[in-house]
Write a protein that binds this ligand. Structure first.
Ligand SMILES: *Cc1c(COP(=O)(O)O)cnc(C)c1O
Length: 393
């Protein structure tokens, strides 16, 4: 497929495979198995499968392969492996390459389930993990050692939207030969060029912006052909975390509108953040596009738009935050993100409930913090709804 196509063209066309019927829409090959013409052909395929040759849906499937080829083209990596969820992607990227005795450095501000893998799971298998404040390059420099096999980070952290300088961290990691694995969900495949900045492996929860309509769980690991097919694929196909063909079909359709949706949502996020900043009832408005954001310059230098997520800190703590949330009419109280429907989340009592009070405080997850995933509704309506909610606190 054409390498020089722009992202919108790739999102619509790249990776499509047509059957003998020449169908326009991508087909769902809802099959777990594939019949061989002969025993000899079956034997040959188990030795080596060609591009259009499949064995079993846990190993690969034509609809899933379309999704993998399309996301790899958009991300700018040689290949990709589609997974059953975003967490299967994070877990697969790490566990497929690590073994007992290895060392990993990770930023501390992570999605709760990512933290569970890095804090609990890896340690049980003898992998040592050092946590750093991802925004402090001196901490990365001090933590990365000659035996460090990988560094892991969320490029924009959940829920406080701290940005990490991928380029600078990659320089530190590569100097010691460590692989740079980036969870790029908040930055989205359309706003971020993580690979150009030095990321070796980029993982997404496709559940979020890629689906974009809150329907299916999915994930993907993007990287070099060598890493994806020699390291990730054997691990994933034998441990059972592959994406289903139906999910791949949902994601392929989601991708066709991904750029348009993300840009419309980011535009509204910017309008809402600017309009709310300075409201006397808020202690803070956090959005990488605002000048008040500590990494505003980094956001502008590295993202083509500052994202679809913002956070507000309501004065008056949990009670005030709950009164506001309970007064919202358009925004849904839920915990997905990147959906066409706008979503408000109270991290301290939901997504990050598990964390001890001190850890919440250290991560900036205050009792009044509300995370906002801006959807596709009219920005004025969304703003009015938030203001009506604030009137109740
Ligand atoms: C949602 C999310 C995940 C996990 O994805 P699932 O599809 O829910 O498994 C991982 N990392 C980040 C940053 C996320 O937002």
């Amino acid at each position: 497929m054409a390498d020089d196509w722009n992202i919108r063209t790739k999102l619509v066309h790249t990776g499509s495979r047509r059957s003998q019927y020449g169908e326009m829409a991508e087909a769902i090959f809802l099959t777990q198995g594939f019949a061989y013409d002969s025993a000899e052909q079956a034997e040959a395929r188990f030795v080596k499968s060609g591009d259009d040759e499949f064995i079993y849906a846990r190993y690969g499937n034509p609809t899933v392969r379309m999704f993998e080829d399309r996301i790899a083209a958009v991300e700018g990596t040689e290949d990709a492996f589609a997974t059953a969820s975003g967490m299967a992607a994070v877990n697969g990227a790490l566990t497929s390459m690590l073994k007992a005795g290895d060392h990993v450095v990770s930023s501390r501000a992570l999605f709760g389930s990512c933290l569970y893998i890095l804090e609990d799971v890896l340690g049980r298998f003898g992998v040592q993990v050092t946590f750093v404040d991802g925004t402090d390059l001196d901490q990365w420099r001090a933590a990365v050692r000659p035996d460090t096999k990988a560094v892991f980070l969320e490029s924009i952290s959940n829920p406080t939207l701290e940005m990490i300088d991928i380029r600078a961290v990659a320089e530190i990691a590569h100097a010691q030969g460590a692989l740079v694995i980036v969870d790029n969900v908040f930055a989205t495949p359309v706003f971020s060029r993580a690979v150009d900045m030095g990321a070796d492996v980029v993982v997404y929860s496709a559940t979020k912006h890629i689906d974009g309509q809150g329907r299916a769980l999915g994930g993907v690991i993007c990287g070099s052909k060598e890493f994806i097919r020699k390291t990730v694929e054997p691990y994933m196909k034998h441990t059972g975390g592959s994406m289903s063909p139906f999910t791949a079909w949902v994601m392929l359709n989601g991708m066709q509108t991904l750029d348009l949706r993300c840009r419309a949502m980011a535009e509204s996020a910017g309008l809402i953040a600017s309009a709310l900043e300075g409201d006397a009832r808020l202690a803070r408005v956090i959005y990488p596009g605002l000048r008040s954001h500590p990494q505003h310059a980094l956001a502008y230098a590295t993202l083509s738009a500052p994202g679809t997520m913002l956070a507000i800190d309501v004065k008056g703590g949990k009670e005030a935050a709950f009164r506001m949330l309970d007064g919202l009419k358009i925004w849904k109280i839920s915990n997905n993100l990147g959906d066409a429907k706008s979503i408000a989340t109270h991290p301290a009592t939901t997504t990050h409930q598990r964390l001890p009070v001190e850890q919440k405080a250290a991560l900036g997850i205050t009792p009044g913090l509300i995370r906002l995933s801006v959807g596709l509704e009219d920005a004025g309506d969304l703003l009015n709804d938030l203001r009506a909610g604030l009137d109740l606190i």
